[in-house]
Ligand binder design. Structure first.
Ligand SMILES: C[S@@+](CC[C@H](N)C(=O)[O-])C[C@H]1O[C@@H](n2cnc3c(N)ncnc32)[C@H](O)[C@@H]1O
Length: 201
């Protein structure tokens, strides 16, 4: 993964240790059905060669259609078995990190996110991705509709927020109780700079 620090050794070193404190230990997940995953990737429309992160990649519902668009894909999945199975499924050139979406090093060069993230850490993930100075250019995140509405009312600083496709409960396996939608965040050019440090007297 260019732009981010070399992942391979770090990830395998971490594999040997216990899960980081920030990780959710609940492995239950609502995976996207393949048809819906394809539709959402088509709506996000990343360009060939663009660096795209799939965060909480699971079995690769989004990762695989992303690779078909010839994006440079990095998939991050904390569950060791899921990460390993995904590694075996992806074509050469795709990076699968067994790591925590709240802890792995974010790329230093412009990147996009297309993700159906673990809901338990979704708010912390949005904070991390949109923190001052990140190189995030746009994020397409599948979130509960109520959470999307919050970001529409109050977008993270330096980003615009809009709602993408509506995602019904039937789009997931197993279906969640809530309705979902895609939250689309786009960096406003020049607005997400790291704030200058104020000098102490
Ligand atoms: C909602 S599922 C989505 C799976 C896949 N993206 C899909 O759409 O089918 C979220 C995934 O995130 C993984 N996960 C949970 N907490 C995580 C964390 N802190 N860091 C990375 N992955 C995590 C789970 O193991 C699960 O596979």
């Amino acid at each position: 993964m260019s732009g981010a620090r070399a992942p391979g050794r770090r990830a395998s070193a971490r594999r040997a240790s216990s899960a980081p404190a920030t990780a959710t230990r609940r492995w239950g997940s609502h995976e996207l059905r393949p048809g819906w995953a394809r539709r959402l990737v088509a709506a996000a429309a990343p360009d060939p060669g663009e660096l795209v992160l799939d965060l909480g990649a699971g079995r690769g519902a989004l990762t695989l259609p992303l690779t078909e668009r010839r994006s440079r894909v990095v998939a991050v999945e904390l569950h060791p078995g899921r990460a390993e199975r995904l590694r075996q499924r992806v074509p050469p050139g795709v990076t699968v990190l067994e790591d925590d979406v709240l802890g792995f090093p974010l790329p230093g060069r412009p990147f996009r996110v297309v993700s159906n993230p673990p809901y338990a850490v979704a708010a912390a993930l949005v904070r991390r991705l949109t923190a001052p100075g990140t190189a995030l250019s746009a994020a397409h995140l599948v979130l509960p509709r109520w959470q999307v509405n919050r970001y529409l009312a109050r977008p993270p600083r330096g980003f615009t927020a809009e709602v993408g496709p509506h995602v019904p409960a039937s789009a997931f396996r197993p279906p969640p109780r809530h309705e979902s939608a895609v939250l689309v965040l786009r960096a406003v050019p020049g607005r997400n700079r790291r704030r200058p440090r104020t000098r102490r007297r």
